[in-house]
Design a protein around this ligand. Structure first.
Ligand code: ATP
Length: 255
């Protein structure tokens, strides 16, 4: 793999007072007993930027997201959201500080209605009932969830369940959204729906960190990507540059 390149394209102006704060991860390592899953990884997500992390099975992508959320044993020089130090913050408080998380496998409650699933996403803050502005915003983003609000989560298609998982994470009013393999197990048509959802979030100026094995989807949905191999960042750059990297084309795009 060729040498790492650093770059940065920002979605919003750093002087915009409504812009979300930047996320900074410096020197993150994750160990499970003797297994080193992540080793000295550093990167940032600028306000309004969509950043992808691609890599093969076991490269350390999920562990990186879990460590940011406080769900994996992390050894980090620093994890910061703007001025807030999250290096030792527990998961519930990480959410309160403005980081939303859509875990791998969606984990929606199949026996609860769509609306109840969404309400549960507001657990980290005071729920305002049917008048809740976040609920209205999620329904504006994903009208199909409004149409299906009385249906059980388990009755939705895979793509709709992924929208529900994203919508639920948005209910905590995050400033940065972390998504773990939203295309997993979905047909190409439903992956297209997930991509539309991600592009909608990007248009709204939300900062996004997307972990995927599907490099095609990631390159469509993000501006800048990290390539992880064996727990380390092997390559980093703007998507337009990575698309032309011969190794990336061969290994991750199968071209
Ligand atoms: P995948 O796409 O399969 O989820 P990944 O890139 O997300 O892969 P991780 O799930 O972060 O990779 O795993 C990185 C390494 O850490 C792997 O070797 C994995 O076996 C190991 N690992 C992950 N979770 C645990 C755990 N709870 N206990 C022990 N080892 C773990």
């Amino acid at each position: 793999m060729s040498a790492a390149t650093s770059s940065g394209t920002t979605g919003s102006s750093p002087t915009d007072p409504t812009a979300p704060p930047p996320l900074r991860v410096e020197g993150l390592s994750v160990r499970y007993g003797g297994v080193v899953a992540v080793s000295g990884v550093s990167f940032g997500v600028e306000p309004g930027e969509s950043v992808g992390i691609i890599g093969a099975n076991g490269a350390g992508k999920t562990s990186t997201l879990k460590a940011i959320m406080g769900l994996a044993p992390r050894q980090a020089a620093a994890i910061r959201l703007g001025e807030v130090d999250l290096t030792r913050t527990k998961a519930r408080n990480v959410v309160r500080q403005g980081i939303g998380y859509v875990p791998e496998g969606r984990h929606i409650f199949g026996g609860l209605t769509v609306e109840r699933n969404l309400e549960l996403g507001a657990y980290s803050r005071k729920w305002q009932g049917d008048d809740d502005e976040s609920l209205r915003e999620v329904y504006r983003l994903f009208p199909v969830l409004h149409q299906m609000r009385e249906r059980l989560g388990g009755a939705l298609s895979g793509g709709q369940q992924q929208m529900l998982a994203i919508g639920r994470a948005l209910m905590s009013r995050p400033q940065v959204l972390l998504l773990d393999e939203p295309s997993m197990g979905l047909s190409p048509k439903l992956v297209g729906q997930v991509l539309d959802s991600l592009l909608t979030l990007r248009e709204r100026g939300l900062s996004v960190l997307l972990v995927e094995q599907n490099a095609w989807l990631t390159f469509e949905a993000t501006e800048r990507c990290l390539v992880m191999e064996n727990g380390e960042v092997a390559l980093e750059g703007p998507v337009d540059q990575l698309r032309h990297d011969p190794q990336v084309r061969k290994i991750y795009l199968g071209l």
